[in-house]
Design a binder for this molecule. Structure first.
Ligand SMILES: C[S@@+](CC[C@H](N)C(=O)[O-])C[C@H]1O[C@@H](n2cnc3c(N)ncnc32)[C@H](O)[C@@H]1O
Length: 183
């Protein structure tokens, strides 16, 4: 079973300094337009969910998915503090099911520092493919500290096998990143 980041550890990297090197508006602004429906998978304490909620604006929506109820609670509180609750939906996942059902569709998704925690990548990418609109982008970002180049490339291979195309390798601090498109 892959190691899952415990809720009490999340503040070690999701802290006030993080915005200096991970600015969600800069990292996602190219892909997210006002009114879009977007997905933050493995949202943790909602660092990226908050930024995405600002980018989609009052007519858009962010689905924030996580395994751990405590992470979803922290995301909820963060959105409340920012006055952004109406723009987001919090979804409880299980290890093998993102909990997104069959009806939801998204124009953009981000899996930020979470893919290495998922035991079945084939299933993860199949589920992501099934909820993304045709041509929609998926940004996968992994922490350099925990994920070797080789392991990252294996994850990219699993995504391509599931029906994604490699579009770009955007530079994101402390990370190995790839922009994929649903083909
Ligand atoms: C290292 S944290 C990153 C959190 C957030 N993306 C960020 O950048 O601040 C990884 C998160 O992925 C979640 N996670 C791990 N496996 C998951 C799965 N199979 N489905 C949904 N969330 C998962 C964990 O609970 C944890 O909150």
């Amino acid at each position: 079973m892959a190691h899952v980041c415990p809720w009490w550890f999340v503040r070690s990297f999701d802290n006030p300094i993080r915005r200096r090197f991970h600015n969600p508006e800069q990292m996602f602004g190219t892909f997210v337009r006002p009114g879009m429906h977007v997905l933050d998978v493995g949202c943790g304490a909602g660092f990226n969910t908050e930024g995405l909620a600002r980018l989609v604006g009052p007519d858009g929506r962010v689905a924030a998915v996580d395994l751990q109820p405590r992470m979803l609670e922290m995301t909820k509180q963060r959105l409340e503090r920012g006055g952004l609750s109406a723009r987001a939906e919090l979804i409880q996942a299980s290890t093998h099911d993102l909990g997104l059902g069959t009806q939801r569709r998204f124009g953009f998704a981000v899996a930020f520092w979470m893919v290495h925690e998922v035991p079945d990548l084939e299933r993860l990418f199949e589920q992501l493919r099934s909820v993304l609109e045709d041509g929609a982008s998926l940004l996968v970002t992994e922490p350099k500290l925990h994920v070797s180049k080789r392991s990252f490339e294996a994850s990219v291979g699993a995504a391509i096998h599931a029906g994604f195309q490699l579009r770009d390798r955007p530079p994101i601090a402390l990370s190995r990143s790839v922009l994929l498109a649903r083909s």
